[in-house]
Design a protein around this ligand. Sequence first.
Ligand code: GDG
Length: 735
Amino acid sequence: MGKTIIISNRLPVQLQISNGTISAIPSVGGLATGMKSVHSGGDSLWIGWSGLTNEEIPKKLSSTIDNALAEHGSSKVNLSSDEVDGFYFGFSNRTIWPLFHYFLEYSEFELDSWNVYKAVNQKFADAILEKADEDDTIWVHDYQLMLVPQMIREKRPNISIGFFLHIPFPSFEIFRTLPWREEVLEGLLGADLIGFHTYDYERHFLSSVRRLLGLEVSFNDIYQDNRIVKVDSFPMGIDYKKFSDAAKEHEKNTAAQQSDLQQRLNSHKRSTPDAKLILSIDRLDYSKGIAKRLNAFEYFLNKYPQYKEKVRLIILAVPSRSNVPQYQLLKKEVDELVGRINGDFSTVSWTPIWYFYRSVPFENLIDLYTSSDIAWLTPLRDGMNLVAKEYIATRTDKTGVLILSEMAGSANEMNESLLINPNNFEQISDALYQALNMPKEEQQERNAHLQKRLARYNVEQWANDFMSSLQAQKDRDATNVSKRMTDHRLSAVLDDFSKAKKRLLFLDYDGTLSGFHVDPQKAGPDKELYQLLDALNNLENTEMYLVSGRDKETFTKWFLPKKYNMIVEHGVWISQKGGDFRMLENVKNDWMEIIRPVLESFVDRTPGSFIEEKNYSLAWHYRKTDPDFGNLRANELNTVLTSLIANDDLSVLNGNKVMEIKSSNVNKGRATVRVMGEDDYDFVFAIGDDWTDEFMFQELPESTVTVKVGRQKTSALYYIDSIKYVRDLLKRFTD
Ligand code: GDG
């Protein structure tokens, strides 16, 4: 068992330099806590930026810093201030952050910062490669490092890599605007497992992968050339116990033990016992909807004036990225709004908004959570939002109302809160009204459900779930019943081949000898393929058959002059040694008159699809259609056809982006078995890629060497990763 390497932009350790000495203090953030179970003991390492630029670290202290970090299982990536500017404040926070939070108008597409992002991602990847062993597991975190998985994969093809995105993944329509969208997707696809907070982000990602890279996706598996990448959602939890224990301790505090903030909160509560406290805590970020929330608060005070002097809104805005212009503008906007609303509504004994622009120590966070009757969180977009979960965890008597934006990832798991659309002031005002008037029993009932869920799926569980899923992905290869055709296995096969007296080779065409093309007629054989097939066809004591679903006219044109043996239309026709095609099965085609108009109606309604007409089958191709729409239509067609052909001797084959209707008693398995019976073969080989080839793999005798192209489920004995390797494999028979 190797070690675990965690990699994130920032290390879970804060460095402090004072009077020439260094101290490294572990951070208490959610991620650092959650990773405790993963990042502990000597068998794990955390790589990241220390928070200090090269310019800020005195040269003579560099190795002292390394030692201090090593004590916390951490290792730093050194970044200059220019790198931090381009990579972090630039591409990460001025391009990706706004784009992924649907603030398209804030996204800057600067080639220079993209280049720095790439270079810094490479630096992080190099730092990992330097420390990583083949059996290690690597977990890459967040949007600053999206290219790292692929950069590691290039150098270590077999190492296990997971990636988790902490922010939303936007819909395809937003993501497609990024000039470097393909590179970002490819970077992420270097991972074996890609995790998101919610299913929505997951499906947005899958949709971009299909539309932009044209990769095949089945459920949550993405089929790369030689690997399967799994995508899944893991909603991040909090350290529930830490928050609920802190709240319990907080309750026990005597007046003297209470913090200054708590004492002041108490004195306000005493002076106005029927006034309620509404709390909002966020980093000062435009995605958090702070300005809108202030406007909504003003709307509420106008709609329900009876609450003047009866509510107080506490806004804790934590400074963030203050050297990015949008954040400076936002600060100004919030400052002004608070000033204006307080100016408009305050009375001598009441200020509606208490505004704090700072971060507070943990104990004050608990003071605020436990003292507030309502937590009011209205992000316009938020990957998860942990504050919502923390508020609920601190409510020891289960009172308190959470009003939460449905645009936060946490809304998916927190149905018992009052969910609002942050743009709907009418709805928000009514939710505030409802919260202010909610009976205690109802609050407790709602929170009981929420607390139970949060306590169970805490951050540790989240981290463990992700790691087990990554491990399962690693094991998947090992448990595949079909074995990878390694060099070693191939040598044994070739050995049998050379010893055999009479040999038979069945080769599927599309997806095996030739790649898919949007127009099937354009996927004709190239010169190199003819050479290979000639060589195979000329082997002594060997019969080679091309086995295809294609029509006999096309194969006559491409291969008859070459005198190759051929089985076409899934086994309806056979041609041997250049002879004319003859029927192998007695099949009818009178059903076509009924089915053709049905397919035509699908072609009319599905742009990009078309019908291929063969002598004894009809095929509806949908490779060129919009992938989601094509799949939807294929399902629909399947239903229509299944009911239409119920009483006929017909079947529907669902191939790779094609549905083919043909006679049931014809398939590649039946045809190849018949051919095999014609002589006394002591070596039989069959290779194919899609499920029409599975008939061969299943029906040929067990001693047949069957090979599947690709990693999908198969009955074949062996598989090879991709079509790229087929020709090399076949060449070995001719050596
Ligand atoms: C990103 C995603 C996703 C806040 N103020 C103080 C303070 N905090 C702590 C909170 C909470 C954390 O900071 C904030 O976490 P959020 O999840 O709410 O938001 P982001 O910082 O935007 O985090 C987000 C998250 O990553 C995890 O994947 O949920 O969607 O944007 O833990 O308690 N802590 C202290 N003083 C403060 O003043 N001590």
